[in-house]
Design a protein around this ligand. Structure first.
Ligand code: DP6
Length: 360
């Protein structure tokens, strides 16, 4: 836990004026999945993701100095009071107060909105917790300006992780690794690091079209799902496999071998869901249309030789991944063949992006 100690802000000044920061942070899509965690949001295995660009949360943080020291905030979603989000944010502040004791000196008004449709089934916790953490670090820069930019970035990712694990991969772009693993230098369980090796041009602006198969509330939350990896009969082998897959993906990202890329990415997605199906209790988050879409993608890939593949997060939606140069033909395929398997024919085009940004 020594490493954590270095992130604790001990000396800081209390601001006398109120102020505002606004940050936008994107979602991210994991290729090697985080599924299973230990105490304090430490991942059971390393994960690797592409940061996205269009699916973002925009968070405005207003801070106002106050006399007493405590956690105090108002929470708005799209300008309206949102009580249902409060417990998650309260817990976040409780988890970060030791590292960021200055937060106790302010009352916060947090106003947040997403660029993607409300209740689209797209997890907003990654983008949401990354955006909020970016605003907190902006405040930290004011109260304690003596650190390096690298420190602030790492700490922003670390705070985001305490809000939601996958959020730590949304602070930076455009390929991020979280979780200590031998094949990635300086990788850490505490924060995400930008993938530090050569990446083939084929991955530039890699496309991710998100097919909205089911916009309903998930029957099993990620938090519960992670928990079911304790005492899971296949957990240890799975955690080991994630290390192996990151090592392999490191080479694939360099060579640009899309046949290998597709095999690894689709296997990761199905393994994630296989873990769900073999938990006790077991559960299934895929829907019939998820499988329809997967089969259509396999047929299309076979007949056209276009290297398009899918991945899944903890839900029924399908992420369709492909190189930018196939955008026109894949969009046509999605519109003509896949959209009918989506709720209200809805899908969202996204692509690799650069992480959180100040939009104040
Ligand atoms: C399947 O980050 O949402 O999307 O840490 O409990 O907030 P918490 O979980 P969360 O889990 C995401 C799981 C995943 C895979 C991934 O993004 O790596």
């Amino acid at each position: 836990m020594n490493a954590l100690h270095t992130f604790k802000t001990i000396n800081y000044t209390k601001l006398t004026n109120s102020g505002t920061f606004t940050f936008a942070a994107p979602s991210n899509i994991a290729l090697v999945k985080y599924w299973g965690k230990k105490q304090n949001q430490i991942p059971a295995n390393p994960s690797l993701s592409f940061t996205l660009k269009n699916c973002k949360t925009i968070t405005k943080l207003q801070y106002q100095p106050k006399a007493e020291k405590n956690i105090s905030f108002d929470l708005l979603f799209e300008g309206q009071v949102k009580e249902s989000f409060r417990p998650k944010i309260q817990k976040y502040f409780e988890r970060i107060q030791d590292l960021c004791p200055y937060i106790l000196d302010y009352h916060f008004k947090i106003d947040t909105q997403n660029t993607f449709p409300h209740s689209s089934g797209i997890a907003s916790s990654a983008s949401g917790m990354a955006a909020l953490s970016a605003t907190i670090i902006a405040l930290e820069k004011l109260v304690n300006p003596n650190q390096t930019e690298a420190f602030y970035l790492q700490k922003a990712s670390l705070l985001a992780r305490l809000g939601s694990g996958s959020a730590c991969r949304s602070i930076k772009g455009n390929i991020v690794v979280w979780g200590e693993t031998d094949s990635i230098e300086n990788s850490s369980d505490f924060f995400g690091v930008t993938f530090p090796y050569e990446v083939n041009n084929i991955f530039n602006n890699y496309q991710d079209t998100i097919l909205l198969v089911d916009k309903g509330e998930k029957q099993v939350s990620s938090t519960v799902g992670h928990d079911l990896m304790h005492n899971h009969p296949f957990a240890e082998r799975r955690f080991k496999q994630a290390h192996e897959n990151i090592q392999q993906l490191k080479d694939i990202l360099k060579t640009g071998n899309l046949t290998e890329f597709i095999a690894l990415v689709e296997s990761e997605a199905l393994t994630l869901h296989a873990m769900m199906m073999t938990s006790t209790p077991y559960f299934i988050l895929m829907k019939p249309n998820t499988l329809e879409i997967i089969n259509e993608i396999w047929k299309f890939r076979e007949s056209t030789k276009i290297p398009v593949c899918f991945t899944l997060d903890a839900g029924a939606n399908v992420h369709v991944l492909y190189p930018e140069k196939y955008k026109i033909s894949v969009t046509e395929f999605i519109t003509n063949t896949l959209a009918k398997h989506c709720q209200n024919n809805q899908f969202i085009h996204d692509e690799m992006g650069n992480g959180a940004e100040n939009v104040s």
